[in-house]
Design a protein around this ligand. Sequence first.
Ligand code: SAM
Length: 340
Amino acid sequence: MDATALQRQNRRIERLKAQGVTRSTVLVHQECKPALESLRLHFLDPMKADALAAMARHLQDKKTPTNVAQVRQLSPFRYPGGKTWLVPEVRKYLMVAKRKPSVFVEPFAGGAMAGLTAALEGLAEHVFLCELDDDVAAVWAAIFNGTDADVRRLSKRILDFEVTLENVREVLSVATTDTMSRAFRTIVKNRMQRGGIMAAGAGLVKAGEAGRGLKSRWYPATLVTRIKVLRALRERITFEQGDGFLAVRKFANDYNAFFFVDPPYTAGGKKAGKRLYTHNEIDHEELFALMAAVSGSVMLTYDDAPEVRRMAERHGFRVEPVPMKNTHHEIIRELLILKP
Ligand SMILES: C[S@@+](CC[C@H](N)C(=O)[O-])C[C@H]1O[C@@H](n2cnc3c(N)ncnc32)[C@H](O)[C@@H]1O
């Protein structure tokens, strides 16, 4: 290429750069080359970004169930109905989104698997967690809103705790309003009550794994490491105790907000929500209406039930069934409900 042609080419590259167009190198299998050719021009058009992102999402393989063992656990909770399996889905969704959300809002946080991952992996500028339950909230408030000294005390208490039936019973029986003590009691309760069930009245684990009874449920070093990792993320995470509906309204006008909504589900009256959480009554119709009205992006997750599909349709959401492999290696389907 002669000097003039080179200059001309450089000027063109500069002009394109000013318009937001830069060169990217991609590796392409020869079988896929025709598709790349037919898409080439679309990649130059910013108006096509949403359509291309939707296409990319469509291409993500929904047929392979997520193996929950492959997801890094960050939460100190074992949460019934926890959404570990959904983490790769949320990650994929956010990675192909046109821009990074200003805030990842998880209004019904529970064990907050999705929000914690978003914070750790920088999938959003900020993460906002909300939870109503006093006990669950105490754990998040301790980790994200407590002082360093408080968190050190909590961690030491976890490491020093001697697991015996008497000690567990004693911790669970003490009524306390102090956040750190409440957080400790919640963590003990969550590990020791069957199935991680947080509602009152759940029995304690009996034989536990390998016959080691309650002790087999207590992984103090792991818990403390998780708390440390989360504590290090506290600049990126805001936790507030309260009603999830209000948390959603707070960000309702933010076009760049992303809402991950995993409410306690009791619609149809047949699901387990009622016995799992203390707070399990919410108005799902109202929730769908609210989520349909917010400016940002929305991902709801529900059991696959006909009444849920009907609600989603009524409020104009798109429904994607996602297969997941549960801890018993059974494949079950849940629904991702998305704004179109
Ligand atoms: C299905 S769980 C969330 C599980 C969570 N996604 C996880 O990964 O562990 C629903 C949570 O919503 C909480 N909750 C119930 N009603 C609420 C409300 N009105 N506002 C905020 N949180 C609420 C429950 O206490 C429970 O922790």
